[in-house]
Ligand binder design. Structure first.
Ligand SMILES: Cc1ncc(COP(=O)(O)O)c(C=O)c1O
Length: 369
């Protein structure tokens, strides 16, 4: 078997020991004589898996009891609808409520566009003027009493920026965050959030499951027209088993969480992630061919875009093509930037080993045109 270093933004690399363990149990999970993919979700074997995943997530992120932990479907994208419907939806004929959104990147913009169907979206701040290469400052006291929540994207996967300091929403306006590309990459104070959500396929497991962590009180305001599958209160009451859940994904998630715990939890993961990011940014900053488009203080620890230096712009396409081809030959794959912004990008999630980042940093240092 030859494994490559996979820098994809998601679906992304998974820890090899987990793939091996899942492989060893593929046809016979826990002496049941069945695969996890064949287990009934109503049986005690699968309930054990989902309970283990929830317990580990609660331990790692120190999630208080007044928060629900949900394993849902529909990706990060369905949360762009579920958040406004459940938190600020109104009955038919009633005037829309308002919610604040920070426009800090492509996914943040998609979230606010979708929310417009259900709430009056107020843009609290935007970094669109400079292609989202920084995190915009929020004016003090931005949240008015009528704003039901403030939504941010904690780590902007495509442009490679992240919030280093959480915005202060003031009393009464919960902070809601899309944490799809940074969840579990470092410790996070959950009590600062009313809700956060993350598609699993970057830092938690395979595609097909979305983790939602939400203060239980906020699950109780869905308007009566809300489809049952989109109601947080229903999923909370049924402990993520309202309908058939993504069983296999939740099983892999439980193994990933166990792996993080055994590495020393989130403080240990954060230390490794900072080391990896420093190694890569250092290689980019020292390169004569590439540079980082992002302001230093907002650089993501997880998604690292890099572009051909302006003085070489005339040969940009040729250089990128050569880089991608030679990198792939060296076993460094999926380094294209997102199709909307182009350029190059390395996603270095928890499961990307330090050696992989080291190999990429060396490759960037030696790459010649
Ligand atoms: C920050 C962020 N939010 C949301 C999404 C959309 O997630 P999904 O494809 O699971 O709907 C992505 C996908 O890459 C993302 O990076």
């Amino acid at each position: 078997m030859k494994r490559v270093y996979n820098f994809a933004a998601g679906p992304a690399v998974l820890p090899l020991p987990i793939l091996e363990k899942a492989g060893s149990e593929i046809a016979d999970f826990n002496h049941t004589g069945q695969s996890v993919m064949e287990l009934t979700h109503r049986g005690s074997d699968f309930k054990g898996i989902v309970e283990k995943a929830e317990k580990l997530l609660r331990e790692l992120l120190k999630i208080p009891d007044d928060y629900a932990v949900l394993f849902l479907q529909g990706g990060g994208s369905l949360q762009f609808s579920m958040i406004p419907i459940n938190l600020a939806g109104v009955e038919q004929g009633e005037a829309k409520k308002s919610a604040l959104y920070v426009d800090s990147g492509v996914w943040a913009a998609k979230a606010l566009d979708e929310a417009k169907k259900y709430v009056n979206v107020k843009i609290a701040a935007s970094s669109k003027d400079k292609n989202y290469t920084y995190i915009p400052a929020l004016p003090a006291g931005i949240a008015a009493p009528e704003d039901v929540y403030l939504h941010i994207c904690l780590n902007n996967t495509i442009v490679g920026t992240r919030w280093n300091t959480l915005p202060d929403t003031g009393a009464g306006t919960p902070l809601v965050a899309d944490a799809s590309s940074c969840i579990l990459s470092e410790p996070l104070d959950i009590t600062r959030f009313g809700a956060l959500y993350a598609g699993a396929q970057k830092n938690i497991g395979p595609a097909g499951c979305t983790v939602v962590i939400i203060r239980k009180e906020l699950t109780e305001h869905a308007p009566s027209w809300t489809p049952l599958m989109l109601r947080y209160d229903i999923h909370t009451k049924d402990k993520s088993l309202f309908n058939t859940p993504p069983c296999w994904c939740i099983y892999i998630i439980s193994l990933v969480l166990e792996w993080i715990r055994d590495l020393g939890g989130l403080p240990a993961i954060e230390k490794i992630n900072k080391e990896k990011a420093a190694l890569l940014y250092n290689a980019i900053d020292n390169s004569k061919i590439f540079c980082s488009p992002v302001v230093k203080e907002a650089r993501s620890l997880m998604n690292v875009p890099f572009v051909v230096r302006p003085e070489l712009a005339a040969d940009k396409d040729k250089i990128e093509k050569k880089f991608l081809a030679e990198a792939a030959t060296a076993g460094l794959v999926n380094l294209s930037g997102h199709r909307l912004v182009g350029g190059l990008r390395a996603s270095i999630y928890n499961a990307m080993p330090l050696e992989g980042v080291g190999a990429l940093a060396d490759f960037i240092g030696k790459f010649a045109v």
